[in-house]
Write a protein of this length. Structure first.
Length: 209
């Protein structure tokens, strides 16, 4: 059986070093793209990662590949978060709390990744964009449907409604720069999602608890 351990210079050690370098580049890219947008300096990313430009290009042959990797990683995290909230254990959050928590995470994702995501989508084929969008819609559906099953979200709210509303909030917040506004607007969106009946049930549950 192959091993991934061994003295420096052995194949296993080289593979471990390569994985570590890739992780360092991705971590630095997350920071630098967040600070400077999709046109950020790749040399600065390599510098922060503690690697040479050649190492960066061995893992990511161009800017578009690095942008796509950052977006893919963030979408993975967002979807995993939804999975935990949609099927929680006995000590997990209520359906309402899960929906609010995930939508807040999605809003932060949409605000942070607007420029990066657009650049990555433009540089790749339609399949890449469709996959990212499809996974996000599926994640949103999982937390919305849980709230609808438990009767605290309106049955006529669709996942498309929800995603479009949150993306709109992200665009508005990025344009006008009021850092307190996104949370206020998201609370209004959640009030609309719950509706009068859902709010009454939530208040009744809180009072009985």
């Amino acid at each position: 059986m192959a091993t991934t351990t061994g003295p420096a210079g052995a194949p296993g050690a080289k593979r471990a070093d390569a994985r570590l370098n890739r992780e360092r580049v991705l971590a630095a890219a997350r920071e630098v793209f967040a600070e400077s947008g999709p046109d950020a300096s790749l040399n600065e990313i390599a510098r922060r990662a503690g690697v040479g430009p050649g190492t960066l290009y061995r893992h990511f042959p161009n800017r578009q590949a690095l942008l796509a990797a950052v977006i893919q990683e963030r979408v993975d995290a967002l979807c995993a978060h939804a999975g935990r909230l949609a099927e929680p254990g006995p000590e997990g959050p209520t359906a309402d709390a899960a929906l609010a928590e995930w939508l807040a995470a999605f809003l932060a994702h949409a605000r942070l990744n607007h420029g990066i995501g657009a650049a990555a989508m433009a540089a790749h084929d339609e399949e890449f964009g469709a996959d990212c969008h499809g996974r996000i819609f599926a994640a949103a559906a999982s937390v919305l449907e849980r709230a609808q099953r438990e009767g605290t979200a309106r049955s006529d709210v669709t996942v498309d409604d929800l995603v479009q509303l949150v993306v709109g909030l992200a665009l508005s917040a990025n344009q006008y720069g009021d850092e307190a506004q996104p949370a206020r607007l998201l609370a209004l969106v959640l009030d609309g999602v719950h509706g009068v009946a859902g709010q009454a049930r939530r208040l009744g549950s809180a009072a009985s608890g």
